[in-house]
Design a binder for this molecule. Structure first.
Ligand code: UT7
Length: 336
């Protein structure tokens, strides 16, 4: 049977380092508040003058992943691009990345599942691969949040947590009976919580998607009911992890590393407690990057592979929750 294997990964963080101290120049916040409530110490944002979108960061991450996989752009059968911060309103960045890669007609699919883009993207790739439609899929999760954040005190609860960044994963179908690849996954969505974390405008449901008045009201900035999202994450992350593990026929004890979505260090410490695993089983990089949404898990995966924390025959549990709300978990096993 065909299994979906990770051939290589890559990441791209933009060059502008923004520390917590830097944020205090624009808004009423402190390094201490941000560290204590979120664990974040710094993040990277695209250059202030603009010109770098989600597809640009995605391109750099893809080049690294493809180079490591030994792929040329023509080897890609399908591009799947996950973002909530597209370069332009439409078309989506999948098409833009396809062109930047120098490809002519390779299909490109955009998904916008926010923090769970990795899970929806990986399982979509898996379905295409197992059905025989495509064999080599490039998955990209990328965000440029910084150009869309309210940097005044009114937006401080949201703005301090987000960073820009991209991760890319080269996926390939391989015939094998070994219990490798995506061994289990569980996806969920609950639209009744859509307004717990959202950016309203531009909005097609309004008679005009964006007006000067809406801009003045800041309705193009993200808003979040942080406490509600926090509580949902603490319940849903363990629950969905057990569902994915059950599907994989594995227990928490079989997992070598847990790579959670990097939304808040305290959420992930609570998640660790709920799973009753030791601290060294959890991967954290939120201190350095903040929350890069669709980029978060592929960036962390790339780092963990590069550091040699995981590799041959490792079993990894991924889990995340974010806007939608959507939440998901996935169990992946590397080949020997
Ligand atoms: O990846 C997407 C999914 N998102 C998440 O998982 C986020 C989940 N939520 C969180 O991480 C937390 O709710 C936050 C970090 C966003 C906020 O932390 P909190 O402990 O829930 O704080 P809060 O919103 O309840 O606010 C507590 C206080 C308030 O002041 P008062 O009303 O107690 O006087 C806020 O105005 O902290 C204030 N505050 C800030 N103070 C300094 C909110 N943001 C800031 C800030 N700096 N940046």
């Amino acid at each position: 049977m065909k299994k979906t294997m990770i051939r290589a990964t890559g990441r791209c963080l933009p060059s502008r380092l923004v520390t917590n101290e830097d944020l205090t120049r624009w808004m009423d916040t402190t390094d201490e508040w941000i560290r204590q409530r979120t664990g974040i110490e710094q993040r990277y944002w695209v250059p202030e003058e603009g010109g770098v979108g989600a597809a640009d960061l995605g391109l750099e991450a893809s080049k690294i992943a493809m180079d490591r996989a030994g792929w040329k752009p023509e080897d890609i059968d399908l591009i799947i691009f996950a973002t909530l911060s597209p370069d332009i309103f439409f078309p989506g960045p999948g098409c833009l990345l396809q062109h930047k890669l120098g490809l002519e007609t390779t299909p490109a699919l955009d998904i916008r599942q926010q923090c769970t883009g990795f899970f929806y993207g990986m399982t979509t790739a898996d379905a295409y691969i197992k059905s025989g439609y495509y064999n080599r899929v490039l998955f990209v999760g990328s965000e440029v949040h910084s150009t869309g954040l309210d940097k005044s005190t009114a937006g401080r609860d949201v703005t301090v947590i987000f960073g820009d960044g991209a991760g890319a994963v080269c996926l390939e179908g391989v015939e094998t009976d070994a219990p490798v690849g995506i061994r289990g996954a569980s996806l969920h969505a609950q639209g009744k919580h859509a307004d717990a974390l959202m950016t309203e405008a531009p909005a097609s449901r309004l008679s005009q998607r964006l007006t000067h008045e809406m801009l003045d009201q800041g309705r193009h900035f993200p808003v979040m009911d942080g406490r509600n999202v926090y509580k949902l994450a603490l319940t849903r992350l363990p629950e969905v992890s057990y569902q994915a593990l059950e599907q994989a026929g594995a227990g928490v004890e079989d997992v070598d590393l847990i790579i959670p979505h990097q939304a808040n260090m305290r959420i992930n410490q609570g998640f660790q407690k709920a799973l009753n695993v030791s601290e060294d089983k959890m991967y954290h990089n939120i201190q350095r990057y903040g929350n890069t949404t669709a980029g978060s898990i592929p960036i962390a995966l790339d780092e963990a592979l590069e550091k040699g924390i995981i590799g041959k025959s490792s079993t990894v549990l991924f889990a995340g929750l974010g806007a939608g709300v959507t939440w998901a978990a996935l169990v992946y096993q590397f080949e020997d």
